[in-house]
Design a protein around this ligand. Structure first.
Ligand code: CP
Ligand code: NVA
Length: 317
């Protein structure tokens, strides 16, 4: 018999951008900007002991450079401790995920999990009333990435309202969280995908519920049309982790969706180039664009740390 799901605890988990209200997301972004400045203070930073005594477990079923590293540093710089759980614990084979969560909540404050199946994140979150569960990327969403992306755009643009960002490529986890996050800041999103690789309709409906300042989400099949008037162009890998068997087919299907110099020239003057990384030069982005002054990819990577620190401070007691 499957153990009963615990009653939902509002504000306990971060599985999706939709778990934050637009105002909470703005507060988080303000806090992240403050933490970025205060990092220069090192051990003297006002938050250096904020998570003292807290343990945060990291469980990664898939590879990670940025997410794993930045969560580990974030917890340490806030005075807490991390522990790495073996990836096979996410299989649910040795014991059910419900029991994993109910054990963990007796010892640790939070679980940061990266998994192939979004339902696993949901199951873990619903199984323990005290364990804070953070989605560090699932097949469906990558909300921590979107926080860093929005932070990067605020730094570059100041006021975001009325801007447009174009996402070109696969309607995947990164695209989903981007579409959830941007309209809340008044940023419209143009999503260009090949047919059959569109975002689920539900994602757009959810995003529009919290859209501000007339922001829209529009779907395109033509990349050039999507980037016209866009002040930023975003792409991600054509083959996500877990889809490797489809890689050859995807390389053909997505060929017309490469972000290269020609496509950037069709965007608004001064448009930024964004990518969550890792990137494949010569596939979804040309080397020229990746290395160009328009590219803010390493700002995005840096901001993962500051945004996740802010998230931990807002979520954890
Ligand atoms: N962007 C991102 O999540 O990178 P990692 O897969 O290296 O964590
Ligand atoms: N869409 C990619 C993002 C990697 C950070 C993947 O899921 O593999």
């Amino acid at each position: 018999m499957t153990p009963p799901a615990a009653p939902a605890v509002p504000g306990k988990d971060f599985l999706s951008i939709l778990d934050l209200s637009p105002d909470e997301m703005l507060r988080l972004l303000d806090l992240a900007a403050q933490l970025k400045t205060e990092r220069l203070l090192g051990c003297e930073a006002p938050t250096a002991r904020a998570l003292q005594g807290a343990h945060v477990a990291l469980l990664f079923e898939k590879p990670s450079l940025r997410t794993r590293t930045t969560f580990e540093i974030a917890v340490n710089e806030l005075g807490g401790h991390t522990l790495h759980l073996p990836r096979e614990f996410a299989d649910g084979a040795r014991e059910p995920l419900e029991d994993l969560a109910r054990n963990l909540e007796r010892w640790v404050t939070a679980l940061v999990i990266r998994t192939y199946a979004h339902e696993k994140v949901v199951t873990l979150a619903r199984s323990a009333q005290r364990l804070h569960v953070i989605n560090a990327l699932s097949d469906a969403e990558h909300p921590c990435q979107a926080l860093a992306d929005v932070m990067t755009l605020r730094e570059r643009w100041g006021t975001c309202e009325g801007r447009t960002i174009a996402y070109v490529g696969d309607g995947n986890n990164v695209a989903t969280s981007l579409v959830h996050a941007m309209p809340r800041l008044g940023i419209s999103v143009h999503v260009a995908t090949p047919r059959g690789y569109e975002l689920p309709a539900r994602v757009v409906e959810d995003a529009m519920r919290t859209a501000r300042a007339g922001a829209q989400v529009r779907a395109f099949s033509d990349a050039r049309q999507a980037v016209a008037d866009a002040s930023a162009v975003y792409t991600d890998v054509w083959t996500s982790m877990g889809q490797e068997i489809e890689a050859a087919v995807r390389r053909k299907v997505f060929r017309a969706y490469q972000v290269n110099g020609d496509l950037m020239a069709a965007a608004a003057p001064g448009a930024l180039f964004m990518h969550c990384l890792p990137a494949h030069r010569g596939e979804e982005v040309s080397a020229e664009v990746f290395e160009s002054p328009a590219s803010v990819v390493f700002d995005q990577a840096e901001n993962r740390l500051h945004a996740q620190k802010a998230l931990l401070l807002m979520l954890l007691p």
